[in-house]
Design a protein. Structure first.
Length: 320
């Protein structure tokens, strides 16, 4: 499956060459604040002594997805994860402007809907362009870390492109609690990489603007499983052995049929049965109480943590 020659003998980013056994921090200038302050994207390159795969670990494509940034940060500072074989390129925070603004977007545009980008386009478009041109051209595969948005908490899960056998294999190696094939989204990073036969798996865990220890640790553990499989890190590093990931084949959102105050009665990740009460929605005066029931057997793979809901708002993402 991964028997081709790997690319890491010499990695070139922004004109800088990183040879075998070398590590380097490269700062890619993106723009300046109105005050004149330069905004740069830090890119860490760890090239091992031996040939092996080159993997991109990318956090903060959406600036408010702090779990993705924190789990990458923790792997960076843990010196026990020294790369012996292959190369790891680490981008802790891609969307610097979104991070500063506590926003998913960059100046009103979603970077993950801006690929392949343009050298002369919007800031989001230029960021997408330079990510593909300077960084992604070097890699054999990538892990793109995300969280749920708008108070929606995603139970740790891996999404992969169904048509990509290598991506599905990587998903199995990562071994998150849940995994499923997800269709390619127009102008997304994953779809652009698919054009160039670069497998990308997307890790989703937790929610935006909130750190969740379980989701962070699951993301780290899954990444280490992949690095150990390719013998990129020491075999002595201990990674928890998990049960096999549950493959989700059908997914749907349970949406609110009334407006009011939402109270969930099940936890994220729970297995539920058809007809089971998952929560209720009450009006603010205590006169009505609408029960939310499971339409089918399955697992809760995401839930809405926001207590105030309107008609049609997503409440639970259920997979079977």
């Amino acid at each position: 499956m991964f028997d081709k020659e790997f690319k890491n003998e010499t990695v070139i980013i922004r004109g800088e060459r990183i040879g075998l056994g070398e590590s380097k921090l490269i700062r890619i200038p993106i723009d300046r604040l109105p005050t004149g302050t330069l905004i740069e994207i830090p890119v860490y390159v760890f090239n091992g002594d031996k040939l092996g795969p080159t993997i991109l670990l990318q956090g903060g494509l959406h600036g408010d997805e702090t779990n993705s940034i924190e789990l990458v940060r923790r792997m960076l500072i843990d010196k026990s994860y020294k790369i012996h074989r292959g190369c790891v390129i680490v981008v802790p925070v891609l969307n610097i402007f979104g991070f500063l603004d506590l926003s998913r977007e960059m100046h009103g545009k979603d970077v993950n809907r801006s690929f392949p980008g343009s050298e002369k386009g919007s800031l989001a478009s230029r960021l997408a362009y330079y990510l593909m041109k300077e960084i992604t051209k070097n890699v054999d595969f990538a892990i793109d870390y995300h969280t749920g948005g708008a108070q929606r908490n995603n139970y740790p899960q891996i999404r992969y492109t169904p048509e990509d056998d290598k991506a599905k294999t990587l998903a199995g190696l990562f071994n998150a609690p849940f995994q499923f094939g997800s269709t390619l989204i127009a102008k997304s990073f994953r779809k652009e990489c698919f054009k160039y036969d670069i497998p990308v798996i997307v890790y989703e865990g937790g929610e935006s603007l909130r750190l969740e220890e379980f989701a962070i640790q699951e993301g780290i553990n899954g990444t280490l499983r992949i690095l150990k499989y390719f013998k990129m890190i020491s075999a002595n590093i201990k990674v928890p052995i998990e049960n096999s990931a549950i493959e989700i084949t059908k997914r749907s959102w349970i949406r609110s049929k009334v407006a009011g105050l939402f109270n969930a009665k099940v936890n994220n990740g729970d297995e539920v049965k058809k007809g089971q009460v998952l929560g209720f929605i009450a009006d603010t005066y205590g006169e009505t109480k609408f029960l939310v029931k499971a339409p089918k057997d399955g697992y809760i793979i995401a839930k809405n943590n926001f207590p105030i809901v309107n008609l049609g708002d997503p409440l639970f993402h259920i997979g079977s």
